[in-house]
Design a protein around this ligand. Structure first.
Ligand SMILES: [Zn+2]
Length: 839
């Protein structure tokens, strides 16, 4: 499962706690709820399911034969998870077997087996039922927004924008919304499905496709079989009108299911699938263990993507054209994440949701492994720091393995994913690559097709390496939080000793007072060379004395940026930060140095700009782009513009190119016209780059811009929209107002400012009667806190400009009233301050 980025930050009310002296009733001192693995009374071995759908009514009719056996103790009862279902018959063996007594609730069915079975016996139960997935209580989480289990998209074919589709989503315990099962991650079964759908639909399910059969009623039945056991939450079915692009990898079939109009982009949408299968097979030492690999896009999916075994489901947002995907790594990261689950999650499976980081931490770390392999360490470290900062913001802190969660859905958070991935990276760097991957191979091999808990991961490392790692797993997996370190140092000239003082300051519930921290420290000399020393911290405050020939220029803890820790250097000077920026090989150290320097120079704009210019030569794209952003609204010397033009033309990063072009386009200088044309004609650049060049051309030569833009009318890319807007504003026509109104929320940043300005110009000159309408629309954006701050500011700015430019207009009182309302409603401190200066 890939979660979506968090969309909100919740501010909790302040709670005032007063100590009260009350004798507590011992009977009221109870254990907190403990969420362990499900107790397995019966073991599900195989599910045979015949399922058909009433699409308009959003129900499913199933006939299932479940093969089971008592797990250990003899039993004469069977309890199955079966949510919002009506049972028509429950029989032993099959449809013609004897009826069994049963009763059911909204979530389970309890069956009297009529005799006692022992664990040497297997038995079969036949269930004829209708599933009503839209009924019953509704739940979900930030990561998985609904637990309906079975979904019908546009079931009555009333939405011309949407195809009719059927799909399922099992995690966490929602597949029991459409098939009775033992819905727990520590259960594991094989299955075969006969899926009946309208004949025009394609179907997808786990395992191998066996055959299909046309029925006389306009339907078709497809048979799929999954003969390697996997957990019930990984079962899936999808059906709809799809283009299916097929290929093979190592003799195994792979397929990409996309909407027909995206057929030619199928391998762009699921990039590097085959290379990833090879890469993960190689680094884990376990060849891809399943019979095939299919990926499908569905509409309105309730998460980012889901790792159903051999049949991964993706949200429609991955469905883009080739040019929209150039330079965009988000699709390949999701593909990598879901694929790695086929080792960690599907092959070995967390035994309970308390251990979900054994699935999600690994899938998250797969993103790092792929980036490092494909694009190098700096690109991977850039991603790792984003993940780490995502975890820092995920409060309150709780142990990675948390049996005391409130709701199992809460476990799909910035701990299980982000901290889980960062912790694996730290473990890898501590034991070394060879040891790390050999231990993972041992873990996968020893626990193949089994449920696991974190101690099994620990013991795989211990057995492989001959080293006790209880302390590491205890502090990182079973306790909460992370070290917060304050580092200071001084140099004793007389004894030529560096005296390094590190203090741990973290506090909180279940947070260790002292973390045991083996780590490196880099001590730089005046030539920019680092002497790397190993230290191990095991006290709340500790002083390390290290012999050093000359006074260090800067001292850097954790120089590779591998610790899950927040490290402060309260006494570090700008000169030391500059040394670190100049000489550190580490992405994390360099990034922190850049921001520390910008902060140090915040009251010296000249100096800040000088530093920004040096960033244009940085080896990493993010920092070159940052340099450009800093220069964006500053006056630029010709030599700087020359440099920016070189980045626009030659930079290897399309994101750097786009910002460089954005700056050049807004100079209005004709000398860049040849560059803009060259960029506009290059079909191997993404639209956000092309769009910036077209903005430049529109400013210089609207007629030429019109020629380029006529092919791009359907491209929903902000920079293209801005160019189009400028073109329309250069020759105002009331027919174009609809274009602006449709796209007001599709632009952001500087683009929003430009786009709204073109909208105002067009209306002002070509349709003055529509101006009242325009200001109302802008006011709606400016007062809507779900609009982005850039959109709110840009909308407000147009109104302010209007009040300044016209001295006498019938709409002035209305616009002034709107502005007062905007000022009143704005919550963001930065915008409030800006508004106070503006009006
Ligand atoms: Zn996942």
């Amino acid at each position: 499962m890939t979660e979506n980025p968090p969309t909100e930050v919740r501010q909790l009310d302040e709670v005032v706690v007063k100590a009260k002296k009350v004798e507590k009733d011992p009977a009221k001192i109870v254990l907190p709820p403990f969420h362990g693995a499900k107790r397995l009374e019966n073991d599900l071995i195989h599910t045979h399911l015949d399922i058909r759908f009433d699409i308009p009514n959003q129900t499913a009719h199933g006939k299932a034969i479940l093969t089971l056996r008592p797990y250990f103790y003899p039993t004469d009862e069977l309890t199955l998870d079966a949510k919002s279902m009506k049972f028509h018959a429950v029989k032993l063996n099959g449809p013609s077997g004897p009826s069994l007594k049963f009763h059911n609730t909204d979530s389970q069915i309890f069956i009297d087996l009529g005799r006692t079975y022992s664990r040497q016996d297997t038995y079969k139960v036949y269930l004829d039922y209708t599933a009503y997935p839209t009924k019953g209580p509704k739940g979900g989480s930030d990561a998985i927004r609904s637990d309906q289990g079975l979904y019908f998209i546009d079931p009555n074919d009333t939405d011309p924008e949407k195809p009719t589709e059927i799909w399922t989503q099992g995690e966490t315990e929602s597949n029991s919304k459409w098939v009775p099962t033992i819905d727990a991650p520590n259960e594991r079964q094989t299955h075969d499905f006969a899926i009946t759908v309208p004949a025009k639909f394609k179907t997808l399910s786990n395992g191998r496709f066996v055959r299909s059969h046309d029925n006389s009623d306009g339907t078709r039945t497809d048979y799929w079989t999954m003969d390697i056991p996997h957990a019930p939450y990984l079962m899936m079915i999808a059906a709809g009108d799809y283009a299916v692009v097929r290929d093979t990898w190592n003799g195994k079939p792979i397929a990409y299911y996309v909407e027909p109009k995206y057929k030619e982009y199928a391998t762009d949408i699921f990039p590097h699938t085959k290379e990833l299968l090879s890469f993960f097979s190689q680094i884990t030492g376990v060849p891809y263990p399943w019979p095939k690999y299919d990926q499908i896009v569905v509409r309105d999916f309730v998460s980012g993507a889901m790792e159903n075994t051999t049949a991964v489901v993706f949200h429609e947002s991955v469905q883009k054209t080739r040019r929209e995907l150039i330079g965009d790594k988000s699709n390949e990261l999701i593909v990598a994440h879901e694929m790695f689950h086929h080792w960690f999650g599907d092959y070995v499976t967390c035994e309970s949701w308390a251990n979900i980081t054994l699935n999600e931490g690994f899938a998250n770390y797969a993103e790092y492994l792929w980036l490092e392999h494909k694009y190098g360490k700096e690109e991977a470290d850039h991603h790792l720091l984003d993940e780490l900062e995502g975890y820092f913001g995920d409060r309150p802190y709780h142990p990675l393995i948390d049996h005391h969660y409130r709701d199992r859905e809460d476990m799909f958070d910035g701990h299980s994913y982000n901290k889980g991935g960062c912790t694996l990276h730290m473990l890898r760097k501590m034991v070394g690559d060879e040891a790390f991957f050999a231990s993972l191979k041992r873990y996968l091999t020893e626990h193949a097709l089994s449920p696991v808990e974190v101690d099994e991961l620990r013991m795989a490392f211990e057995d492989q390496l001959g080293e006790d790692l209880e302390w590491f797993f205890d502090q990182w997996y079973k306790k909460a939080g992370h070290p917060e370190l304050t580092v200071t140092h001084r140099y004793d000239n007389d004894t030529q000793t560096l005296i390094l003082t590190i203090e741990q300051t973290q506090k909180g519930l279940r947070v260790p007072e002292v973390f045991r921290l083996p780590m490196y420290v880099d001590i730089y000399n005046s030539k920019g060379q680092a002497d790397r020393q190993f230290i191990e911290m095991n006290a709340r405050k500790q002083v390390f004395r290290i012999a050093v020939d000359t006074e260090p220029t800067v001292v850097e803890l954790d120089p590779e940026g591998t610790l899950v820790a927040q490290i402060e250097y309260p006494e570090r000077s700008p000169i030391e930060w500059q040394e670190l920026y100049n000489f550190s090989p580490s992405y994390r150290s360099r990034k922190y140095a850049i921001y520390a320097l910008l902060d140090a120079y915040r009251d010296q704009p000249e100096r800040q700009l000088r530093f920004a210019k040096t960033l244009l030569d940085d080896r990493f794209w993010e920092f070159r782009q940052l340099g450009l952003y800093l220069l964006q609204s500053a006056p630029k010397a010709p030599v700087t513009l020359h440099k920016i033009a070189a980045l626009a033309e030659n930079d290897s990063s399309v994101d750097v190119k786009a910002v460089a072009l954005q700056i050049l386009a807004r100079t209005g200088e004709a000398k860049y016209a040849p560059l803009f044309k060259k960029i506009a004609e290059n079909k191997d650049l993404p639209y956000h780059v092309t769009g910036q060049a077209l903005i430049g051309i529109t400013n210089l030569d609207p007629k030429l811009a019109a020629k380029y833009l006529q092919d791009l009318e359907d491209v929903n890319e902000p920079a293209i929209l801005v160019a189009m807007g400028k073109l329309y504003a250069s020759n105002p026509d009331p027919r174009h107002l609809a274009f602006f109104e449709k796209n007001l929320r599709n632009v952001n940043g500087f683009d929003a400012l430009d786009f709204y300005s073109s909208y105002l110009t067009t209306a002002f000159q070509a349709a003055p009667g529509k101006l009242g309408d325009l200001f109302r629309k802008l006011k709606d954006i400016a007062t809507d806190m779900t609009a982005t701050p850039d959109q709110r500011f840009s909308a407000t700015k147009q109104m302010v400009d209007f009040t300044r430019q016209v001295s006498d207009h019938s709409l002035l009182p209305t616009v002034r009233k709107y502005l007062a309302e905007i000022k009143e409603k704005e919550k963001l401190p930065d915008l409030k301050a800006a508004y106070s200066k503006m009006f």
